[in-house]
Design a protein around this ligand. Structure first.
Ligand SMILES: [Ca+2]
Ligand SMILES: [Ca+2]
Length: 252
């Protein structure tokens, strides 16, 4: 009898204890859940505070300053009194990832790059860029007006984000067979977007035409040649390629 009475007592104590524990844990619940909420709101605050230091996107004002003048590039420099006075076509480009490049050294020009470099036309390069954007490899189409007065600059805007940190931009050097000014510049450094950056703009040969002077007749290249840094004597000084301009990126 006695052992079973002890067992019963034990069972009752255990049951009471269990009830007490259950009650206690129920009382704890709201406190625990409000703690969790507090932790959540702290966690939510932290990235918001950190945002300015590590933004995931940025927008830049881009200013192009030409340096392709007769004083800097005297060899066969086009007469500025001609109808085809030296100028740059409107700039066109986009921020992109590693899966898309508007131009790359050693790569055949697309029809869009070829026409931009030969005619200064944004069509069909704009369609190629929009297709890259639709495929997730580009961010947004950027374009500017042409620049005909080299005492002036031309400006436009470029958007970048952490998936598309590199700005690819091109403009025709005109008149020319298939020569263009181009940059491919990464605006992310140390995990953040730079406040400002100036880059030399070099002359390129798209590989779509074999003309070798500014006013050469069309000599279409078929098959196309790869796009290369422009080594025409027009852009060399003491054997070294000279920049045809400067692009300055300033974060808005
Ligand atoms: Ca060429
Ligand atoms: Ca061509």
């Amino acid at each position: 009898m006695k052992p079973s009475a002890n067992l019963l007592a034990l069972a009752i104590v255990a049951s009471l204890g269990l009830t007490a524990c259950q009650k206690k844990s129920e009382e704890m619940m709201p406190a625990a859940s409000s703690n969790a909420m507090a932790a959540d709101s702290t966690a939510a605050d932290k990235p918001a505070d950190a945002m300015p230091a590590t933004p995931t996107s940025a927008k830049y004002t881009v200013v192009f300053t030409p340096r392709w003048t007769k004083a800097n590039f005297p060899f066969e420099y086009p007469d500025t009194s001609f109808i085809h006075k030296p100028h740059f076509s409107g700039w066109i480009g986009t921020a992109h990832n590693d899966a898309y490049r508007i131009f790359a050294e050693g790569t055949m020009p697309t029809p869009g790059l070829e026409r931009l470099s030969e005619m200064g036309k944004h069509d069909p390069l704009d369609a190629e860029i929009n297709a890259a954007i639709a495929a997730g490899n580009g961010l947004a189409l950027s374009e500017s007006d042409p620049l005909k007065d080299f005492s002036q600059t031309v400006s436009f805007e470029v958007s970048v984000d952490d998936k598309h940190p590199t700005a690819g931009l091109v403009a025709m050097i005109a008149p020319s067979p298939d020569w263009f000014a181009g940059v491919d510049v990464n605006l992310m450094e140390s995990g953040g977007f730079v406040a400002s950056k100036s880059v030399d703009v070099m002359a390129w040969d798209s590989g779509g035409d074999d003309g070798s002077t500014y006013f050469a007749d069309d000599i279409d290249t078929d098959p196309k040649k790869p796009t290369m840094p422009n080594r025409a004597p027009h852009f060399l000084k003491d054997g070294k390629a000279m920049p045809v301009g400067t692009l300055t990126f300033t974060r808005m």
